[in-house]
Design a protein around this ligand. Structure first.
Ligand SMILES: C[S@@+](CC[C@H](N)C(=O)[O-])C[C@H]1O[C@@H](n2cnc3c(N)ncnc32)[C@H](O)[C@@H]1O
Length: 470
């Protein structure tokens, strides 16, 4: 198994901060920037380089001479291979300190704005088992670490059930214990591994696109109820029925059981029907006092505990009087719109995924909310002058775009709309700061408050309150 090896050792690099994708950053003796995966600001180390890109070295620790006081032992047995929770070796207090700093750096470097009130990040109380949804992959190409290969021992390269290894599209790290979701997720995944191996059921081959077992979707709510969807390559009812019956009888906590047939070349199942096997068709979860019915295709914030705090921050920033006309752009299944509906006069949500808008309307009825309206389509196309005429100019505009931020046409429309307040929720402070740089022509930034939705990763959610200049 040949792996590319263009390596050199850069000695005595002091890591000073966090850069791109959560890597630690320092400089070599000539002043050249070095990004270190697995480094911690404060470490002094020799770095083994892996590649040079755009004049910057990327590498991993070779030998650590001085350990940062922010370092800690990673708690997961798969930490070095999995890549899912890359910051486990950073104490949690240091993680949130760095997340705060990344947001402030983005705003000062890219948006170049003054912020009147910088509020501290809302850290998570639950830093393990905080996810309500996991997706595992079955692959007949298991990831084997270089360390094991170097030991020269006999290795079984076949089936793995877990997560795709970052940067290796066809290799799955075989996961035995993951700390991101409550333990039933581990028990079920491990039971399915045993069952499929005992029964000689093949795993997906990412190259030939054959093999029966493809994915396992696991969702839970705070009441301890579970929804499971198993994805198979073909509709072999004999195998499917026996496996689903095993899951149903051994895991009574699973109240909603589904499967999907995916014969395609890729793992995306958004366009495929879910087949209901047994139990309920929805899991119910609440955010504040708003109830949500979540189906097997629905998008829902994956950290329920922190989602409540995120939405509460939106409410705090909004300071509703009850008379406001509110727009909620990129509304998903309408969760922010429905959360704020009872505090304002009316709210209108826009989202491009039609199924999410169907969920939004269903959840609106479930909660008896009458002052919300939802539209399916691209914000860029839907939010125009005639939309504003029909719905009235917003008193508050909430926007929560995907990682790439807002399209420039949408930013321009926001500048034309002149909503007195904008609350910009973002999962990517760089694109948020880029958009704020455009909006600052008419807006000032009153407040920001990051929220940590994903402990042990470098991902950051940030809420910004913008006010129209007089
Ligand atoms: C970060 S999520 C926010 C969802 C929701 N606000 C919430 O808190 O659950 C972004 C949403 O924007 C939607 N989206 C992405 N691009 C869009 C576009 N061009 N027009 C409308 N919606 C879009 C995605 O489908 C997704 O539901």
């Amino acid at each position: 198994m040949a792996r590319r090896n263009r390596r050199k050792i850069i000695q005595n690099v002091r890591l000073t901060g966090i850069a791109d994708r959560g890597k630690a950053v320092g400089r070599d003796q000539e002043g050249m920037v070095v990004f270190v995966e697995g480094g911690v600001p404060g470490d002094l180390m020799d770095v083994m380089t892996q590649r040079k890109k755009k004049g910057v070295w990327n590498g991993i620790p070779h030998q650590i001479h001085e350990f940062s006081e922010d370092r800690t032992e990673a708690f997961c047995q798969h930490f070095s291979e999995c890549g899912g929770c890359k910051w486990q070796h950073l104490q949690y207090s240091a993680q949130i300190k760095h997340k705060n700093k990344v947001v402030l750096d983005a705003f000062s470097r890219l948006a170049k704005v003054e912020i009147e009130d910088i509020q501290d990040i809302i850290g998570a109380e639950k830093t393990k088992n905080y996810r309500n949804k996991m997706v595992y992959s079955f692959s007949n190409r298991k990831w084997i670490s270089q360390e094991i290969i170097d030991k020269g021992q006999e290795v079984d390269f076949r089936n793995g059930l877990g997560f795709y290894r970052a940067g290796a599209f066809d290799k799955v790290v075989d996961i035995h214990e993951c700390h991101l979701q409550d333990n039933l997720s581990n028990k079920l995944r491990n039971r399915l591994r045993d069952y499929t191996l005992e029964n000689n059921i093949s795993y997906h081959d990412p190259k030939s696109h054959k093999g029966f077992m493809r994915n396992l979707f696991v969702r839970n709510n705070r009441k301890g109820e579970w929804m499971v969807n198993l994805v198979f390559h073909s509709n072999d009812q004999e195998i499917i029925k026996a496996m689903m019956e095993m899951v149903k009888s051994e895991f009574p906590e699973i109240v909603s059981l589904w499967y999907t047939i995916n014969p395609k070349m890729n793992d995306s199942t958004a366009d495929l029907d879910r087949i209901h096997f047994s139990g309920d068709k929805f899991l119910q979860e609440s955010l504040g006092d708003v109830k949500f019915n979540i189906g097997p295709k629905s998008f829902f914030q994956t950290n329920t505990f922190q989602a409540e705090r995120l939405y509460q921050t939106v409410l705090d920033f909004a300071e509703f009087k009850g008379t406001e006309n509110v727009y909620d752009l990129y509304t998903g299944l309408g969760s922010i719109a429905l959360y704020v509906a009872k505090y304002c006069k009316k709210v209108v949500g826009i989202e491009e995924i039609e199924a999410a808008i169907e969920d939004a309307k269903m959840n609106q009825v479930l909660n008896g909310i009458e002052n919300a309206t939802f539209y399916a389509g691209d914000v860029k196309n839907i939010l125009d002058d005639s939309f504003a005429e029909r719905h009235g100019r917003p008193d508050l505009l909430i926007t929560d775009p995907p990682r790439m931020g807002m399209h420039p046409d949408v930013v321009n429309m926001l500048l034309r709309l002149e909503s007195p307040k904008i609350i910009y929720v973002s999962c990517n402070p760089s694109t948020q700061a880029r958009d704020v740089a455009l909006l600052k022509e008419k807006y000032k930034v009153l407040k920001i408050r990051p929220v940590d939705m994903f402990p042990h990763t470098h991902h950051i959610e940030n809420v910004a309150l913008l006010q129209l200049r007089k």
